[in-house]
Design a protein around this ligand. Sequence first.
Ligand code: IMP
Ligand code: MG
Length: 191
Amino acid sequence: MRVERTLITSERIAQRVAELGAAICADLQALAPEPVKSDASSPRVVLVPILTGALVFVADLIRRMPLPLSLRVAAVSSYPGATTASLGARLRGELPRDLKGQHVLVVDDILDTGRTLSLILSLIREQEPASVRTCVLLRKQVEKREADVEVDYVGFDVPDEFVVGYGLDYDGLYRNLPAIAVLGRGREEHP
Ligand code: IMP
Ligand code: MG
């Protein structure tokens, strides 16, 4: 496998992440105005990035969200090893437990079959948060999504191809590419 072509440049990603941060902030500030005093019982904004793919995206996104927030990571795997076919979402480790009454924003790198987000959303909803929203950097244009999930914030719609970079991997590699690229079937190796 090798990088075939750049789909989204790092400049376009940065621009879009800034727009997403601003839009999310405006919505969350309306939903959860900052309390006058810091009160442990008042709802907080909690971002739940889904590891490992959302790592790069969430790191940039939170720096475009100037409001009080905390991070609680969740880990899901669906593409074990050298495969580009999703094998179903599996939770790895524990889900954050303290989400009751909080305003939760689940952040993932890409929406493909929808199984990852639908798994995480059902587990999070069991904890009765005050609100749950979802944000993905990429949404694959598939004919029919296996799990019916709506996302609230989308960075880019992308064609139904295997993409890498900006956190997304193939067999653990390419996460460090600054841009989003399409991976093709060539013999060339990762640089
Ligand atoms: P879903 O559960 O099929 O919606 O897939 C979501 C997860 O699969 C994402 O969090 C990614 O980690 C991974 N994934 C889906 N499509 C791609 C891709 O094109 N490249 C790399 N990872 C992908
Ligand atoms: Mg993932």
